[in-house]
Design a protein around this ligand. Structure first.
Ligand code: UT7
Length: 363
């Protein structure tokens, strides 16, 4: 029997309209554009503000609608929807169920995965294994966050870092030597003290006290997280590169988790890669946690070519981290997707319009 590989065949994304820049942020907390640019490299971030109360599914649905529109795939042919997020709309039901219900995935199952900033990487591996098993042929992986729902805008240590957004990919079976080739993933359980949200789970349930003590926000001790992020991502990338004969000569793109430009540069340096081969969106999207990697693909899709060698790497709470090697499956983006502005808009199409598109395509 021929070996089955799992390849990405389309990308969608969505970021909210509202842009919070460093100038506005410096009126909220004591900070400056200069400090943020020097220490983090973030100029602006998108915030789900006007649509407050919408949750992460609001952004994921828009990203997925756009993906279906671009790929012209029939929602009824999708067998699985995986959602990587740490900011689900609810503890339950799952975000995946909200997406499946609203977008007409009449033959799919789905569930959420929570591994903070490593979420997309782990969901990609999970999804690929469903396909490699031979039992599933077409799945969607969503990843993104409503980070502003858990960022403390009184804490200058964390509030400049994060933004909101969601991306998604279509993954399909192929017998070509394409798609997710190798992965290295680890969790060490040593990260709680440095990166966590203390209350709101089953251990420290929500109460007046937890709210008064502001325990429902991201806590981060930045320096140790920074050090671990650089070391673990660099080691993971090196492991994957060595195992697959990849060098600075033949890697086309490095796609690092977007937490801080200094972290991304350090990982790229270890591989000996020049800046023009590193996907970066942290400067205008900030850290969208699980969303950073698919949002990079979303923006760089027009530049990608079939056969490109990609290395993804991520690091997040837990600590959790890893790296994946992927051979890209198609050239550029569909003609209509070449203008991101159009697709920001396309992500906003209404349910009625969406139904019309599906009906037109089916007929
Ligand atoms: O996505 C999950 C993984 N997360 C990450 O990878 C994030 C990793 N960490 C980082 O990116 C960096 O550690 C930060 C960007 C969070 C912080 O940068 P840093 O260079 O490590 O700064 P620091 O926390 O050591 O703080 C240096 C100084 C402190 O002042 P003192 O104590 O030296 O007087 C802070 O109070 O900078 C001060 N500071 C600020 N000043 C102006 C902290 N935040 C700010 C701010 N504006 N926003």
């Amino acid at each position: 029997m021929e070996k089955i590989n799992a390849v990405i065949t389309g990308v969608g994304g969505y970021v909210p309209d509202y842009i919070l820049d460093n100038e506005e942020l410096s009126r909220i907390v004591e900070t400056s554009d200069e400090w943020i640019m020097e220490r983090i490299g973030v100029k602006t971030r998108h915030i789900l503000k006007a649509e407050q109360g919408s949750g992460v599914s609001y952004m994921m649905k828009r990203a997925v609608r756009q993906l279906l529109f671009k790929t012209q795939v029939d929602p009824a042919s999708v067998e699985l929807v995986l959602c990587a997020t740490t900011t689900p709309d609810y503890h339950f039901p799952s975000t995946a169920s909200l997406i499946i219900g609203e977008l007409g995935f009449s033959n799919a199952f789905g569930y959420d995965m929570e591994t903070a900033c490593s979420g997309f990487l782990y969901a990609l591996e999970t999804g690929a294994n469903y396909i490699r098993s031979g039992r599933y042929k077409r799945i969607i992986i969503c990843a993104g966050e409503h980070m502003s729902s858990m960022v403390n805008y009184q804490d200058r240590n964390t509030c400049p870092i994060f933004g909101d957004g969601a991306g998604c990919v279509l993954m399909e079976a192929t017998t070509e030597e394409l798609g997710l080739i190798d992965g290295y993933y680890r969790v060490d359980g040593q990260g709680y003290d440095y990166l966590h949200m203390e209350a709101g789970g089953s251990r420290n349930i929500s109460s007046h006290e937890t709210i008064d003590q502001r325990l429902h926000f991201v806590f981060q001790d930045g320096r140790p997280v920074f050090k671990h992020a650089v070391t673990k991502m660099s080691d993971a990338v090196e492991t994957i590169a060595k195992r697959n004969g990849l060098t600075s000569e033949n890697i086309t793109w490095l796609i690092p988790h977007q937490a801080n430009v200094r972290i991304e540069s350090a990982v790229a340096r270890r591989l000996g890669l020049s800046e023009d081969r590193v996907m970066i969106n942290v400067d205008h999207m900030a850290n969208t946690s699980a969303g950073t990697l698919p949002l990079c693909l979303w923006e760089y899709e027009p530049k990608l070519k079939k056969g490109d060698r990609l290395i993804f790497t991520a690091f997040g709470a837990g600590f959790s981290w890893g790296a994946s090697y992927m051979i890209w499956g198609y050239d550029g983006a569909p003609e209509a997707a070449k203008s991101p502005a159009q697709f920001y808009k396309e992500g906003e199409i209404s349910r009625e319009e969406w139904k019309k598109i599906c009906i037109n395509r089916a007929s």
